[in-house]
Design a protein. Structure first.
Length: 663
């Protein structure tokens, strides 16, 4: 077995309270990585080491740890389960070769479960499904397995069976690796036969042999099972009760035996990505790096592909919660912390970009809040602290309005706001409060139009650009292309324009991000003597904003998809409430005295609905929501946001401000 075969990079994902951190703690304990079990409730879990995590008993940051099982080293990333910290999950997904998705045998498939599942499928990450809390009152594994097959995948296939649930649950029995003469119970025999049939259906030749012979040896179908798992066609289901450590050993067996090792070779060109940042009072900025190719050593100087600069590695460390050790080297396929990169950002690619997978955006902050500090003397420290936190979570998108002394940040929800306040106090000693949340709108062009800029004064400068801007389909984002000959506009200048267009669209005519549009560069001109690449940094936003004036823009609002379950007697009142909130929903279904309603709701009208639902249904209503995109606002809705910086439409002031910043 080569070294890559002895390595796994695995993320643990789940909806909040499904037992994710408890499972991680049991894995570390049973593998010998820690000597005593910690507790989420007591605030002693190994991977919940931030003060706010210990206080609240929830994970708010992904934690990277490592254990060894059966001579295989596993980098394990424990991710937050609460929807407010979905950005941490998003960044972790990018660097995983395999995943464990934990689902409660009581609560079943929940909103976050579905969001993570779709992201895992989009990225093609092989996934194990671990049904936890089998010992809890109300555990219904057969019902939950039905939900998994209905809402996630028909390829979910148990590789274990069990004899009892709730208080009588004593563990599950594996259906793999059984000797030919092993005596099986009737239930176990039936479950194993279902497993073999499902595997055989993945291969026409194997299925034909199964029909002809009526049975298959495990050696015949195991290669097909392994291939189907790694191609994300089949998803093994395991059962356990992590709070008691039951089923955890079998889960670790499955991680090392069924999930794939990383790709990449040590002698390939250096290629990696930064997926997490922390700050250490002694070591400074800590960059968590997944390396896809090559080898990185202490004192190496490395090219940052995103920042286009070189930075030196001072140390490479292996992190274990709050502890770390200097390992001095990072090889292809592995994960470690790199110290010494003072300017690095999350998402930066080091070395070459070949082999680094793309991002899958699942976190979409829909709310913005304004921060308030105790006295005027504190605002510089507060602004600095927020910029540091934004380095660790770019989705915060800190908006500092210098002239108005206002600071706004984007958030996913109220729990994140509470945690931000806690972190500012514990880490920086700053008491910060937040205003009421408001919705983040977006803008989109109303019609097709052109934007033009001739930036030729004051000398020396020369950049002429013409854009065609046209509306796109909802959810299409930005589509950019250039139709300009390189003799008219050099390729390096065209590349500079391409980099600046997304930045120019971060604030539209009403101050919101502009989306769902196609931008085409149809004309461009440089000057042999007067043009400098930075001229296009200045010119691009002016051309884009000129185009938006000609197309005009309209507002888009964020929409949630919801599932609402309520006792039937409250159904009429809730449907009236949904209609008042501009909700759209299908014909409700009634089952066993409960009404199920599915549909879509604007975020703006439903901010307080989850809080009101409890009183409206005497605590018996259950609401599940997840982001479902942006759609046109009604004509009577208007919202504008104060612009950051100088508006490119005020060309003289903008040119002066930008050139001073560049010079």
């Amino acid at each position: 077995m080569n070294k890559r075969e002895q390595l796994r990079n695995v993320g643990i994902f789940a909806h909040v309270d499904a037992g994710k951190t408890t499972t991680t703690e049991q894995i570390l304990y049973r593998s010998g990585r820690i000597r005593a079990l910690g507790s989420v409730d007591d605030g002693t879990a190994q991977t919940d080491w931030l003060e706010v995590e210990r206080t609240r008993g929830i994970s708010v940051r992904s934690a990277v740890t490592r254990f060894q099982w059966k001579d295989v080293q596993v980098n394990l990333v424990d991710t937050p389960g609460h929807v407010d910290f979905l950005s941490e999950v998003e960044r972790s997904l990018r660097v995983m070769d395999g995943a464990v998705l934990i689902i409660s045998a009581v609560e079943g498939v929940q909103a976050q479960t579905e969001v993570i599942w779709h992201a895992l499928r989009d990225l093609g990450i092989p996934t194990l499904l671990y049904m936890n809390k089998m010992d809890r009152v109300g555990a219904e594994p057969s019902r939950v397995l039905g939900e998994i097959r209905l809402l996630l995948s028909v390829g979910a296939i148990p590789i274990q069976t069990y004899d009892a649930v709730e208080g009588d649950f004593a563990g599950a029995v594996g259906l793999l690796g059984l000797d030919k003469g092993t005596a099986l119970s009737e239930r176990m025999s039936g479950e194993r036969e279902k497993l073999i049939e499902t595997v055989a259906e993945q291969d026409d030749e194997l299925l034909q042999r199964y029909f002809d012979q009526g049975a298959l040896n495990e050696s015949d179908w195991m290669p097909t099972l392994m291939r189907s798992i790694r191609e994300s066609k089949l998803f093994p289901v395991l059962f356990g009760a992590s709070n008691r450590g039951v089923g955890v050993d079998s889960l670790m067996d499955a991680i090392v035996e069924l999930l794939p090792p990383p790709n990449g070779e040590e002698d390939d060109p250096l290629s990696g990505v930064v997926f997490k940042l922390d700050k250490d009072p002694i070591m400074g900025r800590l960059a968590y790096v997944r390396l896809y190719g090559g080898t990185l050593r202490n004192r190496d100087t490395v090219r940052n592909h995103g920042l286009e600069l070189d930075e030196k590695v001072t140390q490479i460390r292996r992190m274990e919660g709050q502890r770390s050790e200097d390992v001095g080297i990072l090889k292809a396929g592995d994960i470690a912390v790199v110290c010494g990169w003072s300017r690095v950002r999350i998402g930066d690619i080091i070395g070459v970009s070949d082999g680094v997978p793309g991002e899958r955006r699942i976190a979409e902050p829909l709310l913005t809040v304004q921060a308030h500090w105790k006295n005027e003397a504190e605002y510089p420290a507060v602004v600095t602290a927020f910029h540091e936190l934004a380095d660790e979570d770019p989705h915060l998108d800190v908006q500092w309005l210098q002239e108005d002394r206002e600071l706004h940040v984007r958030v996913m929800g109220p729990i994140q706001v509470e945690v931000l306040g806690h972190m500012l106090m514990s880490r920086y000693g700053l008491e910060v409060s937040f205003g009421a949340p408001s919705v983040i709108y977006k803008e989109t062009p109303v019609r097709k139009g052109e934007g033009f800029v001739a930036y030729t004064m004051p000398k020396p400068c020369w950049a002429i650009l013409r854009f065609v801007i046209e509306p796109g389909e909802r959810g299409s984002g930005l589509v950019y292309q250039a139709n300009v000959r390189t003799e008219k506009l050099l390729e390096r200048y065209q590349n500079e324009v391409a980099r600046r267009v997304p930045e120019a669209l971060e604030q539209g005519l009403k101050g919101w991000p502009v989306t769902d549009l196609k931008v085409t560069l149809v004309e461009g001109e440089h000057h042999v003597w007067h043009t400098h690449p930075l001229d296009f940094v200045v010119a691009t936003p002016m051309g884009i904003m000129d185009g938006l004036v000609n197309t005009e823009t309209k507002l888009l609002e964020p929409i949630l998809r919801f599932r609402l379950s309520t006792p039937e007697e409250f159904g009429g009142k809730l449907m009236s409430e949904l209609a008042v909130m501009r909700g759209e929903f299908d014909t409700p279904s009634v089952r066993q005295g409960r009404m199920e309603i599915e549909g879509r709701l604007p975020v703006a009208t439903s901010l307080d609905f989850p809080a009101r639902l409890g009183s409206m249904t005497k605590g018996r209503g259950m609401l599940t929501t997840f982001f479902d995109g942006y759609q046109d606002c009604p004509p009577d809705v208007s919202a504008e946001r104060t612009r950051r910086g100088v508006n490119p439409l005020d060309t003289s002031k903008y040119i002066l401000a930008t050139r001073n910043a560049l010079e």
